[in-house]
Design a protein around this ligand. Structure first.
Ligand code: RFL
Ligand code: PHB
Length: 403
């Protein structure tokens, strides 16, 4: 049987950033991931980092490529009724910016750093099972490539294995309360080999549905289109996607979007989901394992980073002093930020998406959009939520070895 201090399930952003924080504090951890490294590094997901998430990457020394390659945005644009409205986010929030650096790049940088530190990160493990998470001696059982079973004894388990992982579902029925809302929309996400037609993000509320123009680099654009939840990619050939983007993102007299080869398409369901508490004995849930937000406000990845910052602080405090207070407070502390982000993500989703079965909602959305784009107080309130909460939790550092 192997032993470690913290067994981390999942090598997404939550698991990898937690691993890095524990490394800096000198706490041992093993990360177990059931997919291959190529799969994890190639998964296209979120693209916008809040100020606090970008700062965390700096504190963790994972910012070298981000500093060179990311775009820093000071504002964004809202489009409706054929008109454009710039929201000067940084000006309204005391300088908070949004950093465009994709989740995939963060994952690559964190995996590379862990490999350089020669710390355990096992890919393609099978049949992960949690054994006694409510006892003082939890274990994780899993299968490795040759089919043999491994047992990892640990002090704590961090369930960072996303919405479909085993951690949350290992908790006995009745322990957790879950809250869920599904939306009558989905997002068709597209990557295209074309220079962005905008420097800042464009959010469009159109009667044919929401659209977003984002970007990944000076050569790659990212677009999203609201589609029905049962949308089939086969019904979305490239020319239909471009025609729809031109319509929804178009403005009166504005230049059309530059078009290019579409290299990836996928449909993502939209859901709000939270479980409480984010703990069961010595198992702590973090990131998508505990909560899902609809993607409109780009909070999913940022919440995952905020959770593990708190969790790492609490675990390191326990290892340094034996004090369990922060571990006991973890779930409540994390959930405060989660519910704040849930509320804003739902409200931004309702503001910008079009439900054709509800004409009254359409008029209400327009009243709110016009208010948002003309009242400084409304803009400031929106931006305060959009840029996210301040970081909570300390990044611990191992005492330097005496020389
Ligand atoms: P992740 O990224 O899902 O990572 C979990 C990891 O755990 C692994 N895993 C297991 N490992 C071992 N044993 C098991 N039994 C396991 N089961 C699962 C998985 O392979 C994976 O590597 O969760 P994490 O770390 O909490 O990070 C959260 C973010 O990934 C997520 O919130 C965002 O990506 C959400 N999201 C988006 N957020 C945004 O802010 N903006 C976006 O545009 C955006 N687009 C998206 C998204 C999520 C998507 N998913 C989940 C389908 C687009 C998609 C398609
Ligand atoms: C993205 O680039 O993936 C993105 C950006 C901003 C959002 C949502 C998604 O609000």
């Amino acid at each position: 049987m192997e032993r470690t201090q913290v067994a981390i399930i999942g090598a997404g952003p939550a698991g990898l950033l937690l691993g890095r924080m524990l490394e800096l504090a000198g706490v041992d951890a093993v990360i177990l991931e059931h997919r291959s490294r190529a799969h994890v590094e190639g998964r296209i997901r979120a693209g916008m980092l809040e100020h606090r998430t970008a700062r965390l990457l700096e504190e963790l020394g994972l910012d070298e490529r981000m500093r060179r390659e990311a775009f820093v945005h000071h504002g964004f644009e809202m489009r409706f009724d054929g008109t454009r409205h710039r929201i000067p986010m940084a000006e309204l929030t005391g300088g908070c910016t949004a950093v465009m650096y994709s989740q995939q790049e963060i994952v690559r940088d964190a995996i590379e750093a862990r490999a350089a530190s020669r710390l355990p990160l096992e890919f393609e493990v099978g049949e992960v099972r949690l054994d006694g998470p409510d006892t003082d001696h939890p274990k994780v059982r899993y299968r490795v490539a040759d089919g043999s079973e491994q047992v990892l004894a640990c002090d704590f388990i961090a369930g960072c294995d996303g919405f479909h992982g085993v951690s949350r579902t290992s908790i006995p029925a009745g322990v957790l309360t879950s809250y869920q809302r599904d939306y009558p929309f989905a997002w068709l996400g597209v990557l295209a080999d074309v220079a962005p037609s905008t420097f800042e993000l464009i959010y469009a509320c159109h009667e044919r549905g929401f659209a977003l123009h984002s970007m990944r680099s000076s050569e790659v654009s990212r677009f999203y289109l609201q589609v029905p939840p049962d949308a089939d990619l086969a019904d979305w050939p490239d020319d239909r996607i471009w025609a729809e983007l031109q319509l929804r993102l178009g403005t009166d007299g504005g230049a059309p979007l530059a078009e290019g080869a579409i290299t990836k398409k996928s449909v993502t369901a939209m859901r709000s989901f939270v479980v409480e508490p984010m703990r069961y004995g010595r198992l702590f849930l973090a990131g998508d394992a505990a909560h899902i937000v609809p993607p409109t406000a780009a909070k999913g990845l940022n919440l995952a980073a905020a959770d593990v910052r708190l969790l790492a602080d609490a675990l390191c405090t326990w290892y340094e002093s034996g004090d369990p207070t922060a571990l006991d407070a973890y779930s409540d502390d994390a959930l405060r930020g989660v519910w704040r982000a849930q509320q804003f993500s739902r409200s931004m989703t309702s503001l910008l998406h079009h439900d054709p079965s509800d004409p009254m909602e359409w008029r209400l959305q327009h009243a709110e959009l016009k208010h948002l784009c003309t009242s400084e107080a409304a803009m400031r309130n929106f931006c305060e939520n959009y840029v996210g909460l301040p970081a909570v939790g300390r990044v611990h550092r191992r005492e330097p070895e005496p020389t």
